[in-house]
Write a protein of this length. Sequence first.
Length: 309
Amino acid sequence: MKATTESDASAQRDVNGPSSAQPERDSASEQEGPGPERRFTPFRPRSLTPEEHEEAERLKRLAAKYGTDPTAIVGRVQLSGQYTDLPQGVHASDSTLRVDLPFRSNWLLRVNAPFVKWTDPNRPAIGSATGASDIFTTLGWRLYNTPEHAFVIGAVSTFPTAGEQTLGSGKYATGPFIATARFLPKWESFLFGIFQHQISVGGDPSRSDISLTRARAQISTIWAERWWTVAQAVWQVDWERSAKSSMTMEFEAGRSLMGRLGAFVRPGVGIWGRNISGAPMSGTSRSVSATCSSHSEAIVTSEFQNHGQ
């Protein structure tokens, strides 16, 4: 009788054990809760929803069409003209022929050939100069590309093709180039980062060496299919001149008028720095561009710009 009683008690414990332990586990789970909610910031990587992924793909196509995506691999022929007012009565203008040649789907060769004219009343011995300037090239490889991210690496080079000494550097220069793109779903915009550094590797030994770093941050937004805005900051450091630096800010607003014809205005201002290549103290620009495309990855552009105060 005793053995039967102990066996029954043991069986009863086996039956009641799991059911009595379950409430304890449930109670512990309720005490732990779901944990603290993570705050979302637009720059923190996270997975996109299918709707956000589709929107990123649509906006990236438009950014490539309007020329606001520096990571896009598209064919382009562009003629631009620029006029700049600088301090102390210095004036400069340039017309640049730019040709972008895509190849092997993710490679791009870009060639910029500028024609420059400048006047400087503070240098009476020279006064002014007009002619071809140095040719600037970029060879880039897009090693990663999705609707929400892109990464391009490459090399930038300068060739001393200036017609006169005062129109170019007189040096061969080369260095790395990096461009990144990231979709910001909260803002429905793209954040682009561009970095390049050039050092001289030959040329006229009597001319100053080159060691120039340039970094650019840019936020591009497409508004209602036809409108776009770009806000960017450009920072430069000339390491051959005691690390003298400059900072410029620009804002661009544009609209697609019809087909691939568009217009935009780009005011800009220098925050600090002068006498560094590409670093005007202040200025505005007004531009009109016309674009025609033979297919989705080949765009031909004609652009006319005017810089001044």
